[in-house]
Design a protein around this ligand. Structure first.
Ligand SMILES: Cc1ncc(COP(=O)(O)O)c(C=O)c1O
Ligand SMILES: [Zn+2]
Length: 431
C-alpha cells in the first residue's frame, strides 16, 4: 500500500531503518504501513503504532545485554524504534529513574504488601515526557525534520525544548496560555519558540493538526502528532524499568495517570512484550487509571460502562492531565477492564492532600499528576478495590516544583519567631 505522507513532510521519509521497528500497524484494523511520519491508518483512520521484529530465542542473552547497558532508556534499545548507535548521539538520556520502596506511605494507607513509587520526577526536565521525546527525536532525525514541535499541557513543552537544544534542532512548542509558571519557565528557558494559545489543550491540539496539514508546517516534526507512533513507544520504558527494578518480575497492580491515555496503553504494551520475550513470568497484573475529577472523561465512561469517551471541558488544578478529549481513552477502558483494574478520579482538595501525604511520608514532592495517582490509590484502597496485600507500583510522573501554585496556598512556615531562644521555647519548638 502506498503511504500518503502528510503535507509538510520532508521528501524520502518512507523506508528508514529504526532498529527492531518493522512497520506501522493500525490499532483498529491491523493494516500495515511502512515506517514514516504518519499517524493515522489510510484504510480506517485508526491510530498507527509500531510493529516489531524482535530478536527471538536468546532470552538470557537479551537480559544480559540490557543489564550491561547504560543507566538510561537506551539499555532497552533492542526493544525500541531507534537506531543501534542511539546511545552515542547527543540527547537528554532520560530514564532509569528510582523505584522507591514506600513503606511509610504503605503504613498510612494500610498496605500490607509492598508499595513502590516509580519516581519520574528525576528525569532531565523533571517529568516522564523526556522518555517519549527522546524516541521522537530519533524519528525526527530519521525523517529529516528540522523543527521539533508539540502541543503540550506543559511538561512536554519543556522536554521538547531541552531535547531539541541538545540535538541541535529548532523548536517551536504550543501550550495553553494559562499554565503554571513553573511549566512556562521550563518550556522557555531552553531558548526555542514558545507559543501560548488562547484556549485549552484541546484547542491547542486542534491548531497543531491544522498546521501539519498546511505548507506552513513544512519540515515540522510534532512529537505527539505526526511522530506520535514513535513518541508513544517511549512510555514502554516505564514498564521495562519497573519490571527490571523488581528483579524481572511483573508488579501485581499499577496506578497510572491519564491525560491522553497514551502512557497507560504503552505501559500495558511494554508488559506484554516482556512476557512474550520471556523476560518476566506470565502472571496476571491489574492496571488502574487515575484522573482528576475536574477532567475525568475516561473515569466517567468506565463507571457508566460505556465504550465511548465523551469529551469534557477541563477544570482542575491538575493541568498536566487536563485533556478533555483523550485520544487513547477507549484503549484505556479496554485495558482497565481486561486486566481487572479500574479508572477512578479524585477532586482537587484530595490531590493537594495526596501531594502532601507523599511528601510527608516518603520525602517525594510530586506535581499534581502524582497527587492524582496517590489520591486515587488511597481512594481505591479505602473502597477495597486495590488489594493491599499485593505488590503495587504508583507512578509519580512529574516534579512538584513545577506546580508550586497548587500547594502554595496551604503551605508555609509552621511558626514565625523572633531570633532568640525564649521565642523559640515560647513557640513550643523545644524537644
Ligand atoms: C506529569 C504528567 N503525567 C502524566 C501525563 C499523562 O500522559 P498521557 O497523555 O500519556 O496520558 C502527562 C501528560 O501530559 C503529564 O504531564
Ligand atoms: Zn485501520
Amino acid at each position: 500500500m502506498a503511504v500518503q505522507a502528510a503535507a509538510g513532510t520532508p521528501a524520502d521519509t518512507v523506508g528508514v531503518s529504526l532498529g527492531p521497528a518493522a512497520a506501522l500497524s493500525c490499532r483498529e484494523c491491523g493494516e500495515r504501513t511502512p515506517l514514516g511520519p504518519v499517524f493515522a491508518c489510510e484504510a480506517c483512520f485508526g491510530p498507527l503504532e509500531i510493529a516489531y521484529d524482535f530478536p527471538g530465542g536468546d532470552t538470557e542473552g537479551l537480559r544480559k545485554r540490557i543489564e550491561a547497558g547504560p543507566d538510561n532508556i537506551w539499555r532497552y534499545a533492542p526493544l525500541l524504534p531507534v537506531p543501534e548507535d542511539v546511545a552515542a548521539k547527543p540527547n537528554t538520556n532520560p530514564g532509569f529513574t528510582k523505584l522507591v520502596r514506600a513503606d511509610r506511605l504503605a503504613r498510612e494507607l494500610g498496605v500490607t504488601g509492598s508499595l513502590h513509587i516509580k519516581d519520574d520526577s528525576g528525569n532531565p526536565t523533571h517529568s516522564f515526557k523526556d522518555r517519549v521525546v527522546a524516541i521522537a527525536v530519533e524519528a525526527a532525525r530519521a525523517f529529516g525534520f528540522t523543527t521539533l514541535s508539540c502541543s503540550s499541557t506543559g511538561n512536554l513543552a519543556g522536554a521538547v525544548g531541552a531535547a531539541a537544544a541538545r540535538a541541535g534542532l529548532r523548536s517551536c512548542v504550543f501550550i495553553p496560555h494559562d499554565l503554571e509558571q513553573g511549566k512556562v519557565v521550563m518550556a522557555a528557558v531552553y531558548g526555542g519558540e514558545l507559543v501560548g494559545i488562547e484556549g485549552n489543550y484541546d484547542d491547542v491540539n486542534r491548531f497543531c493538526s491544522e498546521l501539519i496539514g498546511d505548507p506552513a508546517g513544512e519540515g515540522w516534526g510534532f512529537v505527539n502528532v505526526n511522530l506520535r507512533p514513535y513518541y508513544a513507544e517511549g512510555s514502554k520504558t516505564l514498564a521495562y524499568e519497573i519490571c527490571e527494578q523488581l528483579g524481572w518480575r511483573l508488579p501485581d497492580q499499577l496506578v497510572v495517570p491519564i491525560a491522553s491515555g497514551s502512557q497507560l496503553t504503552k505501559i500495558d504494551k511494554g508488559l506484554k512484550e516482556l512476557i512474550a520475550l520471556g523476560l518476566v513470568e506470565d502472571r496476571p497484573y491489574r492496571i488502574f487509571g487515575a484522573q482528576a475529577e475536574g477532567c475525568s472523561p475516561v473515569s466517567r465512561a468506565f463507571k457508566d460502562g460505556h465504550d465511548v469517551v465523551r469529551p469534557v471541558r477541563p477544570d482542575t488544578i491538575a493541568k498536566s492531565l487536563a485533556i478533555g478529549n483523550p485520544a487513547d481513552g477507549p484503549y484505556v477502558l479496554d485495558i482497565a477492564r481486561r486486566t481487572g483494574g479500574a479508572v477512578e478520579d479524585v477532586d482537587d482538595p484530595r490531590i493537594v492532600d495526596a501531594i502532601k501525604l507523599l511528601a510527608r511520608t516518603e520525602g517525594i514532592f510530586a506535581e499534581t499528576a502524582g497527587g492524582v495517582t496517590v489520591g486515587v490509590t488511597k481512594k481505591l484502597i479505602e473502597e477495597g478495590r486495590l488489594d493491599p496485600a499485593l505488590t503495587t507500583v504508583v507512578l509519580n510522573t512529574g516534579d512538584g516544583l513545577k506546580t508550586l501554585d497548587a500547594v502554595a496556598p496551604t503551605t508555609g512556615p509552621t511558626a514565625v519567631i523572633r531570633p532568640n531562644l525564649d521565642s523559640f521555647r515560647e513557640a513550643g519548638l523545644a524537644s
